[in-house]
Write a protein that binds this ligand. Structure first.
Ligand SMILES: NC(=O)c1ccc[n+]([C@@H]2O[C@H](COP(=O)([O-])OP(=O)(O)OC[C@H]3O[C@@H](n4cnc5c(N)ncnc54)[C@H](O)[C@@H]3O)[C@@H](O)[C@H]2O)c1
Length: 442
């Protein structure tokens, strides 16, 4: 089948590459000319494990192409996938300008029937706005061409995006036209061989399902972070509590790790956008607002621990920081906890020597002129000449460090661990002071 993908970011590129892998002919479009040029030169502009091989193989086979020509994009695919960003607006609502601009382009250029498939995370009711935008563009041209709009939210996780897309837990198809459900089912058939994963529903429910999933996951994290803070007050150990509650199958072990708060391009903005949509309907989403508030507080928790160890003035201190990405196996630093920690450290006069296996380039792009930031090539380069170590992202290579070397290098022999990677006795047994999240009285 022929597909066009609008937006060549994390979702667009993974969707395009995986759809091409199944034999479809995919054309990826983006307004970012530099990005498309890099893709046409065989470069992959983001880090996502396995993506480069998928792109190379399918581009080579002629099934995956990249363009900035919007007319060509609209002409190419029966399916027009929308995978552009929906960043938060100033008031927290999802900014739909990219989604609606794609809709307009489709209306301005389509010459025959098109299925517009929305993969971007958008507030309930957006499909109606997309329909109106396309219709208005068609009306302005004085033409009448049939089209359908489908909500097909994406659930991939950065860092495991290829396998999530290839073996999805579910494929949500929201449409009011049964014929379109069948078209989408046949497109997704290769991803569906083991058992039918398509869950079809009305468009609004599909749009809400995506927000519900992210809000639920964010709630689990904020709940555990709240409990971790209480464990510190009560002198309990949240890791024991985690095991104690996770063993209940109604609760389960997934997604109940306390830490330095959630970041990334989805949870923070989606929780906020859902709360804002609720407010627009006159409903005060008390729980969602609390989830967000707990998370904002939690992102400062590591800095608070540094501050209570050292006092307010950190002038002259050099802090090694392991992990810049918002989670392992990605280079994405959107809303990352590392940013909150580093910015607070700079404000207090400290310098940061940071190491991340993939996100150094992104950090250099975000903080181009930050004198307080030195980006290092290895984890142990970062601790060279540092007073303390802070861990913000749980990359696997941080799980089993050489504690004796850390003790030797860190002049204050202290670790602040925002991801609870180690057993306190192990670290303390090597002569280092250890602060983690919820693992002892603070
Ligand atoms: N990143 C994730 O893990 C993830 C997972 C599920 C859903 N989502 C949702 O998918 C959407 C895309 O997220 P992302 O992380 O891939 O974003 P991204 O920022 O990585 O990519 C978006 C791309 O869209 C391009 N773009 C903007 N306007 C355009 C236009 N008019 N036409 C064509 N391209 C345009 C941008 O240049 C950019 O390359 C968002 O709504 C997000 O919430 C993201």
């Amino acid at each position: 089948m022929r597909l066009t993908i609008f937006g060549s970011g994390y979702v667009g590129l993974v969707t395009g590459a995986c759809m091409a892998e199944m034999g479809n002919h995919v054309l990826c479009y983006d307004i970012d000319e530099a990005k498309i040029e890099r893709l046409n030169n065989g470069e992959v502009p983001i880090y996502e494990p396995g993506l480069d091989a998928y792109i190379a193989r399918n581009a080579e086979a002629g099934r995956l192409e990249f363009t900035t020509d919007v007319k060509k994009a609209v002409d190419h695919g029966l399916f027009q996938f929308v995978a552009v960003g929906t960043p938060p607006d100033e008031d927290g609502s999802a900014d739909l300008k990219h989604v609606l601009s794609v809709a307009r382009s489709i209306g301005e250029h389509m010459d025959e029937y098109r299925v517009v498939v929305d993969k971007s995370t958008v507030p309930v009711g957006t499909a109606d706005k997309v329909k109106d935008e396309i219709q208005a563009a068609l009306d302005a041209r004085g033409v009448s061409i049939e089209f359908d709009v489908v909500s097909n939210p994406e659930f991939l996780k950065e860092g495991a995006a290829i396998s999530d897309f290839m073996k999805p837990d579910r494929i949500i198809v929201g449409t009011d036209n049964p014929r379109v459900t069948e078209l989408l089912k046949s497109l997704y058939e290769p991803f569906n061989r083991n058992h039918d994963r398509v869950i079809s529903m009305d468009i609004r429910s599909a749009e809400l399902t995506k927000y519900a999933a992210n809000a639920m996951l964010a709630t689990k994290i904020s709940f555990m972070n709240e409990l971790a803070n209480l464990a510190e007050k009560f002198g309990a150990d949240i890791e024991s509590v985690r095991l104690g509650i996770g063993s209940d199958p109604r609760i389960g072990y997934h997604f109940i790790y306390p830490g330095a708060g959630y970041g990334g391009s989805c949870f923070p903005k989606d929780v906020q956008a859902l709360a804002k949509s609720a407010a627009d309907e006159g409903y005060d989403a008390t729980l969602l607002n609390a989830v967000e508030a707990v998370n904002l507080r939690q992102k400062r928790r590591i800095f608070e621990k540094i501050q209570s160890h050292y006092g307010d003035d950190l002038k002259g201190k050099t802090i090694a920081l392991w992990g810049l990405a918002f989670k392992p196996r990605t280079d994405d630093m959107r809303a990352a906890s590392s940013r909150v920690t580093m910015e607070a450290l700079w404000e207090a006069g400290a310098k940061v020597k940071a190491y991340d296996p993939e996100a150094a380039g992104e950090a250099a792009r975000i903080y181009p002129d930050q004198a307080g930031l030195e980006l290092c090539d290895t984890a142990y380069d970062a601790v060279e000449g540092a007073d303390a170590l802070v861990i913000v992202t749980e990359w696997q290579e941080f799980r089993s460090p050489n504690f004796s070397l850390l003790k030797e290098k860190l002049s204050d022999a202290v670790i602040f661990d925002g991801r609870n990677l180690y057993e306190p006795e192990t670290v303390e047994g090597r002569g280092l002071q250890y602060y983690a999240i919820g693992r002892g009285r603070s």
